[in-house]
Design a protein around this ligand. Structure first.
Ligand code: DAH
Length: 355
């Protein structure tokens, strides 16, 4: 048997066995490397007698093509095999139980704001917003609070400049002014948001949340105010009946003004809202002062209405049994995990607020 035939037979049978990529590469270099068997045969061409040379060269080329073809096939085969194996290994077993993953929680204050917005939107209030940095004018003057009025001190205001023209709003009431300046009556809005006062203890934080309410139309009276707040409190605490009382009070921006208390009792060291003979103040309200309406170019002989403002954090504490306000703003993940809400449980009146 000629050398060529020997090489061919030997390597064809080698290439037919099970090989990995480096073994095939070894064969490739054994045959076609610098000193490879086939390469050496090519080198012989020059030494072969003229009569034999052509035949030899063409035979050699056929063998070379055949072996090269086989090697390429083999490499392809191996690569395909590898891909198949990889796919097999990386296959996802969808019958396996899901891996537990941590889902973020909605902060009780955000949840409470959503609940409040949902309740008021059911009776036709829309939601307005105003900036945290307010002008002194919107925060006090336009709301009928004269320069020497004690409310300015009572509010322990954070002023942002020496001239006391800019401040961190001390309440959400300036959103009343912004809303009435930008539109024409009637107005029926709530405005939840952040508010600031220089005050800090177990029940006060320098940053806290309020929601403002404003309803101005042609025939709005205190009966509407009472009905609206009674509806809100029942819906918010998810109770059919609730004890509520209006106590005369004073705010510069309302006349008459009142504070609203709700009944509660202590049971096993816990506050139970609704009944009982104890009273808890939850909000301030009244009929919008004619001076406020005049300041925003609304004619008080044609339009009047009510306004109210309440602390959101306190409502959240009462509803969800949280007793330290400061925990709201500590960003303690364990606390949030305990008191927070599922992000997919968006509160709505018809589906339920806190279920
Ligand atoms: N702005 C008042 C406060 O921060 C709350 C308030 C009272 C708002 C009476 C009102 C209102 O709109 O009519 O204490």
């Amino acid at each position: 048997m000629s050398d060529l035939k020997k090489i061919k037979d030997e390597f064809i049978s080698k290439l037919k066995s099970k090989l990995n990529l480096s073994e095939v590469n070894q064969i490739k270099s054994d045959l076609f490397g610098k000193n490879g068997l086939v390469s050496s045969e090519f080198k012989k061409i020059g030494t072969i007698a003229d009569t034999e040379r052509k035949k030899f060269a063409s035979e050699l080329n056929v063998i070379k093509d055949e072996l090269q073809g086989l090697i390429n096939l083999k490499i392809n085969e191996i690569e395909n095999e590898e891909i198949k194996e990889k796919l097999q290994k990386e296959k996802i077993d969808i019958t396996l139980p899901e891996r537990p993953f941590v889902r973020g929680k909605i902060h009780p204050v955000s949840q409470t704001i959503d609940e409040i917005s949902s309740i008021f939107s059911e009776i036709g209030f829309s939601v307005e917003e105003g900036p945290d940095v307010e002008s002194e004018y919107n925060n006090f003057t336009a709301l009928n609070t004269p320069d020497n009025h004690p409310a300015r001190d009572m509010h322990d205001t954070f002023y942002l400049d020496d001239k006391k023209e800019k401040l961190l709003r001390t309440h959400t009431s300036p959103v009343q002014i912004r809303t009435m300046l930008k539109d024409k009556p009637p107005f029926k809005i709530i405005a939840p948001g952040r508010t600031y006062r220089s005050d800090s203890d177990q029940t006060h934080a320098p940053m806290f949340h309020q929601v403002e309410g404003l309803h101005i139309d042609k025939e709005i009276n205190m009966g509407h105010l009472k009905g609206c707040l009674n509806y809100f409190i029942k819906e918010f605490f998810e109770l059919d009946k609730i004890k509520m009382r209006f106590r005369p009070s004073h705010f510069p921006f309302t006349e008459p003004s009142a504070e609203v208390d709700i009944g509660y009792e202590m049971k096993d060291g816990k506050i139970v809202i609704g009944e009982g003979d104890q009273w808890l103040e939850i909000l301030g309200c009244g009929m919008v002062h004619p001076n406020v309406l005049r300041n925003v170019k609304v004619d008080p002989t044609k339009f009047q209405g009510y306004a109210f403002g309440m602390g959101i954090d306190r409502l959240a504490m009462l509803k969800y049994g949280i007793n330290d306000l400061r925990a709201f703003f500590d960003c303690d993940y364990r606390w949030l995990n305990h008191f927070g809400f599922d992000p997919l449980d968006v509160p709505t009146n018809y589906r339920g607020l806190s279920r």
